[in-house]
Design a protein around this ligand. Structure first.
Ligand code: GAP
Length: 452
């Protein structure tokens, strides 16, 4: 079952410390959110899972962490300065601004007036001054996607790692877009994170690699706990493709507000390396690129056998971390009947994504011996390095179970008087709510098996 409404998710996120409105105490800013103690763990776990599948479990992808502030030349040649805009209309009655493509019946969503200006392009990139003088000439952009600095680092990574195509460069990081109408909680925001892979391939092998990455990314989302029934692959119409793309397939997810894009997998051809390379005339660049006389570096691969230079094609799986978090929360959220009088909310997160792996709960809050034993168990489990373990010393077992059900903690471990005698503990499983008594050795084995 998926959450009934976005409101329920928003409420859980605030109540349990996943996500807060940013700048809240000063009234908040639309389209900006802060991840709280549980949110940051969930988000880090999702990113770690992506990094593991992209880099550690493969031999043909390397990582990168490039700067956010980006030179205007990069975003000129990427096409963003010219084309990264939304059509914007102003309502002449109430002075509000809207994206033209999001208006229903061509009327203002705020006051319903039909007295709107003609649409005009509104560039979504944030600019900021750089250096000591702020006279409008020395500026940089906050990157609108993580991809571009992967392309500008192509040669650095290639030569420092001795890779050859097919190979990829992966990056996770913040991107910024001045969205006109941020909405639907963390779905469309102005500051967000992306997990992007640029996978460089031989021209001619691009179509089969594109298919490979569509399948691989679809299956990865299922491994994160997303039900197949809520996913769909959407072939983007030729007329809707971005300026760099030959073909794009979006992985669509049924969010609480409707079915929308979770990740896009694009065949970017040789557009990017062809746009950023020096000596463009030396190559047979297939994409339509702007003349570049500023680049200092050849972004091509040298074929030692036939002594030719090729600009690889690029397949790009590009996923939003925040949209991933929203989809995963939505999938995991369940309301369950415990008995005739009681319900519980439980987040059935996959264990590798749970913010807290185990909560160790002393039966008596003020019993020093029990609390110290609980602290020892917590420290021993924490040392195994499988994620965060907490000591939950509220003194109220029922309340602790409720809290940990709602944040998706797979295991609660209760320490009681019997523990002092023989070191055994009670372990409660989040999903079945069943409890069993385990010795200290059994607990370590159980825990290791659960998370490995
Ligand atoms: N490098 C390609 C690229 O950036 P995109 O479709 O514009 O393509 C990729 O963005 C992913 O980034 C989307 O599938 C989405 O998950 C996420 N994303 C894009 N804009 C976003 C926004 N305003 N808020 C949250 N996530 C966003």
């Amino acid at each position: 079952m998926v959450a009934k409404s976005m409101e329920e998710l928003v409420s859980l996120c605030k109540r349990r410390g996943f996500i807060f409105q940013s700048n809240d105490i000063y009234g908040g800013i639309k389209g900006l959110y802060d991840y709280g103690p549980m949110g940051v763990e969930l988000k880090n776990n999702l990113k770690a899972s992506w990094w593991k599948s992209m880099i550690y479990e493969r031999d043909d992808v390397e990582g990168l962490d490039a700067s956010i502030l980006t030179a205007p030349d990069v975003l000129k040649h990427s096409g963003h300065e010219d084309t990264f805009s939304d059509p914007l209309v102003d309502c002449k009655s109430c002075k509000s601004r809207w994206r033209e493509d999001q208006l229903e019946a061509k009327s203002c969503p705020n006051c319903k007036s039909k007295d709107l200006t003609d649409p005009r392009p509104f560039n979504l990139m944030f600019k900021t001054a750089i250096g000591p003088v702020d006279d409008g000439t020395s500026f940089v952009y906050l990157r609108p996607e993580t991809a571009q600095q992967i392309f500008t680092n192509f040669k650095n990574v290639l030569t420092s790692t001795n890779k050859t195509i097919p190979f990829g460069i992966a990056q996770i990081g913040k991107s910024f877009r001045n969205e006109i109408t941020p909405r639907n909680f963390i779905f469309r925001v102005r500051e967000f994170e992306q997990m992007e892979l640029e996978f460089f391939v031989e021209p001619g092998e691009d179509d089969s690699w594109h298919k490979y990455w569509i399948d691989s990314r679809y299956n990865w989302w299922i491994d994160q706990g997303i039900d197949k029934q809520n996913l769909e692959l959407l072939n983007i119409e030729k007329s809707e493709l971005s300026h760099y793309s030959k073909a794009t397939v979006d992985i669509m997810y049924l969010f609480p507000h409707g079915k929308e894009e979770l990740e896009g997998i694009a065949n970017r051809t040789d557009f990017d390396l062809g746009s950023h390379t020096k000596n463009q005339e030396e190559f047979d660049i297939k994409a339509k690129v702007k003349k570049n006389d500023k680049s200092t570096t050849k972004l091509a691969i040298h074929n030692l056998e036939n002594k030719t230079w090729t600009i690889p094609f690029v397949i790009e799986p590009s996923a939003g971390v925040d949209r991933g978090v929203l989809a995963i929360l939505n999938e995991a959220y369940k309301e369950e009947k415990i008995d005739d009088n009681n319900m519980r909310i439980v987040l059935g997160l996959k264990p590798h994504l749970s913010p807290i792996k185990a909560a160790v709960i002393p039966l008596k809050k003020n019993n020093e011996e029990i609390v110290n034993e609980a602290k020892n168990i917590k420290n021993n489990l924490q040392k195994l390095g499988l994620g965060r373990v907490v000591l939950e010393n509220s003194g109220n077992i029922g309340k602790s179970y409720r809290r940990h059900d709602e944040i998706g903690t797979p295991i609660c471990i209760t320490v009681d008087f019997e523990t002092l005698d023989n070191k055994s503990v009670t372990v409660r499983d989040r999903d079945t709510m069943e409890q069993e008594r385990l010795s200290s050795e059994e607990l370590i084995n159980y825990y290791n098996e659960y998370f490995n």
